[in-house]
Design a binder for this molecule. Sequence first.
Ligand code: SF4
Ligand code: SF4
Length: 165
Amino acid sequence: MSEVRAVRNLRICSKDCLCLYVCPTGATDTETGQIDFSKCIGCGACSKACPSGAISMVPYQYPKQQTKDDLVIAKLNKLIQSKVEQEQMAEYIYKNSNDSIEKQLAKAIIRANRLMTEDLYREAGFMLPQSKNTKDFLKNLLQQTKDETLKKDIEKLIDLLDFNE
Ligand code: SF4
Ligand code: SF4
């Protein structure tokens, strides 16, 4: 069995059927939009022929996720730090500039860096609990727990976290 198979992105498929003509096994059906994995031999002809770039060859088995060893986390933390610094610089410009275009650009940089930082945190094995669900969960936990130390920790967490309302 081939190690890859063809997958069609229906959102960009323009239905010109080139994939249908080049497929040696009849695996691709442009009527239903499906590619029959039991017939696909992973030759890649459809992907090369597709003018819209709608077909990707994807592996049957994805490689194992990279282990989060200390070196990887240290590197990710460095990257996170640089993204945070860039966000702070952009924030400074945003607050102090009188130029509307400069402000707009600074805002875009703030958002982009924030998103990249969040991705890096996730990649480093941390979740950012910023959702309303998390806040509700913590408040619920606070009401139910009788452990005073835990209560203090939860309160601290609620104060610390910058929730996206
Ligand atoms: S060749 Fe590409 S664009 Fe044309 S039908 Fe096939 S997947 Fe869609
Ligand atoms: S990879 Fe080859 S066999 Fe599979 S759908 Fe595309 S053309 Fe057909």
